[in-house]
Each structure stands twice: as C-alpha cells, then as structure tokens.
Design a binder for this molecule. Structure first.
Ligand code: ADP
Ligand code: ZN
Length: 720
C-alpha cells in the first residue's frame, strides 16, 4: 500500500497521512485533495522524512480523493518553503499558503464567469439597486468581487442578474499572454552599464547561483542594465521575476518594459481580480509567463523554469512583511536563487548596510554605476537650519525654500516637496478642552484628510467624518489641526504661489494604475509645477524638468530611538534627492532640519555616502546589530490587555540564560494597541554564533497560552 504524507494549510492539525488509491500517481510536490472529517482539504505531498509525524496504522488511513491539475511543486520550491518556515520560526503551513494562494480556485475549470452592466434597467428600482448600479459602472468581475466593490450583498446582485441588468461574461484563464521579445528595442549602454550587464548575462547563461549587488547612484541607469539580464533569460527561454517595492510605482516601470521588450510583463499583486490571479498563477506554473513583475508575495509562486530574480530598490522597508509570516523578501529572494541555482540582482542607490557587508565579504558580487547616465550631474544638496530660518507661524516652508520655489516657477521648471505624512494634519484637537482624536483600536492619532473629508487611522483603516462638535466637551467650531501633512503643505504652496499648479501625490491620490498613469503624463507634459508627496514620490520617477527637491522635515524619521532610523532617513532623503536634475538642467536639494549637525544630515549635505555608512557601521557594531550581531523580537498580543501582559510575563519568566543571547523586556510594543489587540514585545539580541531560531523554538515550544493570545516571532525585525 502506498502512503502519502501531506502538508496541509492548517498548522494546528500538523502533517496528515493518507492512503494513495490504486491508479492515482502522486509524487513529492503533488497537490492533492484529501478528506478531513466531512470536509475536503488541499495538501501538498511531502517527503515523510523531511516532515516527521506520528505513524498512523495502515488500517486507519483514509484514501486521497484526487489530484489537482497543476504541476507538482518542484523540489527547489519545497526546500524554500522548509527554509522560510525554519528561518522565520513560522509554520510550513503558513508558508505553503503563500504558494498555493488560491487553493479553491485551482480545482475549478480554466474559465470563470464575470459580470458587467448591460445598460438595462430593473423592473423595480430600489435605493440599494440604484447605488449598486452606480458603483459598478465600468466594472467587470465575479459576483463576489462586485458585491465588495458596490458594498451590497451577493443576493442583491443575483437579483440584478435575473433582471438582465448584469450579464455574464466567460473569461478564459488559460488564454496566452503576448510574447516578450529580447531584441525589441535594444539600448546603447554606457561603458559602466555594459560591464555590469555583461556580468549579468554571463551569469544567466551559466545557470548557477550568483548573487549581485547593483550599486548605482540615482539616474545611473540600473534598470536598463538589468533589462539586459532579463533579455538574456528570455532568449534562454527561462522565466524572470522582478520584485518592486510599491506596486503603485509600476506604471512608469511598465512603460519602460514595453518599450524594451515589446509587451507588458505578467503582474502579480494583492489587488488582482480572481480571474487575473488564476490566469497569472496558471501561466507561472506552466512556464508560459515569461517575466513576472510583482510585490513580495510573487516570490513564493511555483515558477516552472525560473532563470533570474531582480529585486529593485532592494533596500526598501516594504519588502519586509510585518504580519503572518514575518519575512524579508530581499533575503528570501537570495535564498530562492540559491535553491534554484540562478542569479539574483539586488539593485539600489542606497543599499542596506547588511547587503554592503555581504559584498565586502565577497559573498555578493558588487557592480557599481558611479555616475548618472548621459552626463547628468548629481544635484547640489544644502541644509536649511530651521532654528535660524524660521517659517511664519502655522507654516512649514522656510524662506530659502520659498525663494527657490518662486525661482523655479518663474523659470518654468518643476519642484518636488517631500513630507512623509499623508493627509492634512497628523493630529486634531479641541481648543477648548484639549481632547485629541484617537483611534479606538490603535495607539495612534486619527489623521485629518481634507481632500476626502475624513478622519482616518493609518494603521487599521478606520475612517469617520470629522464631527461638527467636540465629542468630549460638546463645543462647536473648536477643532484645530496640529502639524502638517502633505495636503497642508500643498495649501501653503497655493498661498505662496497662487499661480502654481500643485499636485498631491500619496497612496490616497494615486490609488489606481489609471491615476498613476495620468499623474505621470501630466508631470512629464509640464502640467504640474509643484509636486507635494510622501515616500511614494521618492523613487522610480524620472521627470526631466524637475530641478528642485525640498525635504520639508528631515528630522521626522529620526525621532523614536529606532536603531535603523538613521539608515532609513539617509535612504529616503538620498532617494528623493535623486529625483532632482535628471535631465539637462542641474538639480538643487534643500533639506529643512533642526539638527544640521546630525551625522546623517551632515553626510547627506556633504554628499558623502561613505562617511554615513562608516558612522552607521560603528553604531551597529556598538549595538550588536546586523551585520555584527542578530536581533529578533517576540510579539505577544491579545484583545485583552491583562491577558496579553500575563502571557508576555510568563514568556519573560522562562527566558533561557545563555552567554551569547541577551533578552530584553517584556515591554509594551511600539504600537502597544494595534487593530484592537494589545501588544507586548520581548527583544532578543544575540551574537552571530548563536542559533537564535533554535533558542526561540525551544523556549516558546514549552509554553501554552489561552486561545486569545497570539505569539509571533520576528527574525531580523526592522525596528529595534
Ligand atoms: P536608476 O534606476 O539607476 O535611477 P534609470 O534606469 O531610471 O536609473 O535611468 C535614468 C534615465 O536614463 C532613464 O530615463 C533611462 O531611460 C535613461 N537611460 C539609462 N540608460 C540608458 C541607455 N543605455 N540608453 C538610453 N537611455 C538610458
Ligand atoms: Zn486604528
């Protein structure tokens, strides 16, 4: 009798054993359907030796039900699942869920039904139907998705289908994608670019693991350089994965991709429709998808024939996933390349210190693009000392920045103001009683958004209308906005430069590919004089007429005592500065700060990257932080504060005593309340020699907690 051990997607149930019925052919990696009680579940057949479990006697085994019509997972991907679970102290089930993203959908046929408006009217119009019909104008999706968009039940929409107001459209999820061509429009590379590209191309053809750090200043043409590696992979008939940090930024990237390869790549991100998701997943697993551009989740897909991974803006914080499996896509990308035996390119103008250290040790091959493409100069950078150059009260732009803005407007050039704060004001309070608007579910203020007339929590998504009266003292007309967000800076610009055309660019305003495309067209076409934006505008954009960048508050990121704060500030300011002077006209950057003497700010102003990295290296060495030592965090949460605190204390009380591991806390986590859960944190600082994961597993494995308590592990956390 043949047995099969399954990895199933529920960690609490553990691996389960089944009997393989006669005539069914399974192997390690096969995706199968199995009975569990009265239900059917999906599982992945695993090598029993790699996933030990109690042996169930033959007689008790139930037979597998069937095999899903998808290729078995390759051993390379199975090793990646094992490694990710092991390294990040997560369950293999949780990692596997990221691979088989749409389990149920895979069982289905290759076609799916979507619905769209016919233009017809229902026999009886209700307010609900009216609202649904307005919301669904121009949409086509499954009933469930349409219900989500319209905010009505599926029943309401089924009614509209019966009335002929919505009509079905069959969508073929196996229809092929257009083929990309390696030689569609080949650029002429500079000598530096050519040198790097040749190394990449050779590595792609060598079919072996080769990690690269592509370290090039902003505007040096990193993209064109790694495009040559993509071209080589296309010629070899192998798949390519390009990870981008922010899917809102892909618009500009997609345009360049099409110019180079003649067609768009396959996209993968969390807001794909289910038909798009199913089509992409099938094409990726069959090998039909040539180049996949995606967010970090694209890393775990079952590529049939992967030949290259590129991580662009590899230093970006958004590659770190902060709930569920807490992984860093940059590091997992390198591991995937290792298992697949293929090259991986980490591209950045401001690499993470960890990546630079790997290059210094010779583990990554570093390729440098030291100057901007086409002879453009790097911008001049100066600081504006806010303790000396004071903006008027309730204003945030100091005189030198105001003068520079006026000057650009007169010359018909573009300016960019950077402030990493969405909305109008970060805090709203009552001038009578001092009441502050706070999120009931998070340790966070509600942020006023004037454009959408909302008070919003940026952590849980809660939104309310600003009240007319204070909820505490009942006074009316008493609410005051404290501090600036980008919307308020935009107002200030409008006041100073009434003729300027101002655009606010944040994830609120650029929330769809269409809006992103529209913004890029306007900015490139000279229809915008001043862009006011968050970190969304710091990377990826190339506007030749943009000659001034103003950093409204460089100190913002430095608050809070986080060890990575300096690096993050350096990266953000260097990136946004990199938007200035990319065309033929020189760029100027003004950094507003109250601490011009701080090491980060001084290094930025001096354009001395090495000085910054040296200071940062010393700080890290001193703190035993990566790359010199290791940090990890244990986060304990519950909806009940006392329950969370007690669980954290229990964990703290059983801490192991080891020479090379130091354990701090528990203490309230930086977000002590998040989405209705109270959070406590223990921090672990270990020498490089220590096996932190084993220590944590043994320690936490010995404890049990009430069902309402969640214990999460964060290896290499971003803030500590
Ligand atoms: P980075 O990603 O390093 O900031 P980009 O790849 O965006 O730089 O390149 C900066 C600009 O130079 C872009 O407009 C790009 O199209 C252009 N460019 C770079 N390399 C070439 C090349 N070999 N031929 C023509 N244009 C290039
Ligand atoms: Zn909240």
């Amino acid at each position: 009798m043949q047995r099969a051990r399954l990895l199933i997607f529920n960690a609490a149930l553990g691996p389960l054993d089944y009997r393989v019925p006669d005539g069914m052919e399974v192997q390690a990696g096969s995706v199968v359907v199995a009975p569990l009680g009265p239900r059917q579940i999906i599982g992945i057949v695993w090598d029993p030796e790699r996933m030990p479990s109690e042996t169930v006697p033959d007689a008790k085994l139930r037979p597998l039900i069937g095999l899903l019509p998808v290729p078995p997972l390759k051993p390379e991907l199975m090793r990646l699942i094992e490694w990710t679970a092991d390294y990040y102290c997560a369950s293999m089930a949780a990692v596997a869920r990221m691979v088989i993203t749409s389990g149920g959908a895979l069982k289905g046929p290759a076609t799916m039904t979507e619905y769209r408006l016919t233009g017809g009217m229902p026999e009886r119009m209700t307010p609900q139907r009216q609202a649904a019909m307005e919301a669904l104008e121009g949409e086509q999706a499954t009933i469930r998705e349409l219900a989500g968009i319209a905010g009505v039940s599926e029943g309401v929409l089924r009614g509209l289908v019966n009335q002929g107001v919505l009509e079905p459209v069959e969508v073929d999820c196996d229809r092929p994608y257009p083929r990309a061509r390696a030689d569609f429009d080949e650029p002429r590379l500079s000598d530096d670019q050519r040198e790097a590209a040749d190394r990449f191309v050779a590595a792609v053809k060598a079919h072996d693991f080769a990690p690269f750090l592509l370290d090039g200043v902003t505007g040096s043409g990193k993209t064109e350089t790694y495009f040559e590696a993509i071209a080589a992979a296309i010629e070899e008939d192998r798949q390519v994965l390009v990870l981008l940090p922010e899917i809102a930024l892909t618009e500009a990237f997609l345009k360049r991709f099409e110019d180079r390869f003649g067609t768009a790549p396959v996209l993968w991100h969390s807001s794909l429709k289910s038909t798009e998701r199913r089509r992409a997943w099938r094409a990726i697993s069959s090998g039909e998808a040539q180049v996949v551009v995606g967010a970090r989740s694209a890393l775990f897909l079952p590529y049939a024939n992967l030949g290259l991974i590129v991580v662009d803006e590899a230093h970006e914080v958004s590659f770190k996933q902060d709930d569920g499996v807490r992984y860093n896509a940059r590091d997992v990308a390198v591991m995937r390349a290792h298992f697949e035996r293929i090259p991986v390119i980490l591209a950045s103008a401001t690499p993470a210190l960890e990546s630079l250290a790997m290059a210094d040790q010779g583990i990554y091959e570093k390729l440098v693009l030291p100057s901007r493409f086409g002879g453009a100069q790097l911008p001049t950078i100066e600081t504006v000392d806010l303790t000396k150059e004071k903006p008027p009260s309730q204003h945030w732009l100091a005189p030198p920045l105001v003068e520079a803005l006026k000057d650009r407007l007169e010359r018909g050039e573009q300016s960019l103001l950077f402030l990493n704060r969405r909305g109008y004001a970060p805090l709203t309070l009552c001038r009578h009683c001092g009441y502050r608007f706070k999120c009931p579910h998070c340790s966070a203020w509600l942020v006023e958004h004037r454009l959408s007339q909302r008070l919003a929590c940026h952590h849980c998504g809660l939104e309310t209308s600003p009240p007319d009266t204070c909820p505490e003292c009942g006074e009316s007309d008493c609410l005051v906005a404290c501090g600036p967000g980008v919307e308020r800076i935009a107002d200030e610009v409008a006041e100073i430069l009434p003729d300027a055309r101002v655009a606010v660019v944040t994830s609120d305003t650029l929330n769809s590919p269409e809006k992103a495309a529209e913004f890029i067209a306007q900015a490139e076409g000279g229809a915008i004089d001043v862009i006011v934006g968050t970190q969304l505008v710091t990377k990826g954009f190339h506007f030749p007429e943009l000659t001034l960048v103003g950093v409204v508050d460089a100190d913002l990121g430095l608050e809070g005592g986080d060890l990575r704060a300096a690096e993050r500030t350096y990266q953000q300011v260097a990136q946004v500065a990199g938007r200035a002077g990319r065309g033929s006209k020189p760029g100027e950057v003004l950094i507003q700060t109250r601490h011009p003497e701080a090491a980060v700010i001084a290094a930025l102003a001096a354009g001395d990257r090495d000085a910054f990295y040296e200071a940062e290296t010393e700080a890290r060495r001193h703190a035993g932080a990566p790359p010199f030592g290791r940090w990890a965090a244990i986060i304990v949460s519950s909806e009940d504060d006392a329950e969370a605190r007690e669980a954290a204390n229990r964990i703290g009380a059983t801490r192991p005593m080891l020479d090379d591991v130091q354990i701090l806390g528990p203490a309230p986590a930086p977000m002590a309340l998040l989405r209705g859960r109270y959070r406590y944190r223990l921090l672990i600082n270990a020498r490089r020699s220590a096996n932190v994961q084993d220590v944590i597993r043994q320690w936490l494995g010995a404890l049990n907690h009430p069902p309402g308590v969640r214990v999460g592990v964060d290896i290499d956390p971003y803030s500590f």
